[in-house]
Write a protein that binds this ligand. Structure first.
Ligand SMILES: [Zn+2]
Length: 237
């Protein structure tokens, strides 16, 4: 028999019932089975793409088949108008239509997921909210900086104390405190040589807790402030 027509191959790729002669031919004919594989690749890409997927290019062979088909269609339209019979031009256009429809579906899905991915991965806007210079307390001749920034939906406190020495047998803790330092909230520990970034509790009110303090703590199991601060500053919005 002659080669399978495109409709039969497209239906076969979709798992639809087609004439058994087409099935048999597609299995034996290298050309038709190759085209069938292309359709299957399009179908499987179309079926596996979900909105959660990161952008994926269709298999190269699918893409080149699509572009070749489009090019052929264009050539027909340009040259074939008065050479090719109307019927055959129509059938060609229809064939191209199938491939294009499948390709458009894939491209649409990919574009859709690309948009989704770009929304998910959109770099969050970072907005400076307040900052403080951290001045030395007591004997420590340390300086540091504290910055509060809005990152997406959260507030982050970023603390740097560049020359913080190793805390022999202890550790450093970052606090936020009321202006009179009577009420102190432990934010997290700070390791020498690093900039720490803390996500602040959602209800943390900078106006009520404008002080940023770094204390030297010992492993004494006491969760309260040791009263040994090394740097402190007031956040200025
Ligand atoms: Zn064939």
């Amino acid at each position: 028999m002659s080669h399978c027509d495109e409709d039969a191959l497209a239906l076969l790729a979709l798992g639809e019932v087609v004439d058994s002669r087409d099935v048999a031919h597609a299995q034996e004919c290298a050309e038709c089975s190759a085209r069938l594989e292309e359709y299957r690749a399009v179908v499987s890409v179309g079926r596996t793409v979900t909105p959660d997927d990161v952008p994926t290019a269709p298999p190269a062979e699918v893409w080149s088949a699509v572009t070749a088909e489009v090019a052929r269609d264009r050539a027909d339209a340009a040259v074939g108008a008065d050479v090719v019979s109307l019927d055959s031009a129509r059938s060609r256009r229809r064939r191209g239509g199938y491939v294009l429809a499948a390709a458009a579906a894939v491209v649409g899905l990919i574009a859709g997921s690309a948009v989704t991915a770009s929304v998910i991965n959109r770099p969050e806007t970072v907005q400076m909210v307040a900052s403080a210079q951290l001045d030395p307390i007591g004997d420590a001749s340390l300086m540091g900086t504290a910055v509060v920034q809005r990152v997406g939906d959260t507030s982050q406190l970023k603390v740097t104390v560049p020359d913080l020495p190793n805390a022999d047998g202890g550790y450093y803790e970052v606090w936020m405190a009321t202006a009179d330092t009577k009420n102190m909230v432990a934010i997290g520990n700070l390791n020498p040589g690093s900039t720490a970034v803390y996500t602040l509790p959602a209800g943390m009110d900078l106006a009520s807790f404008p002080i940023v303090d770094v204390s030297l703590e010992t492993y004494d199991g006491d969760a309260g402030h040791s009263a040994t601060s090394v740097v402190r500053g007031t956040l200025n919005a």
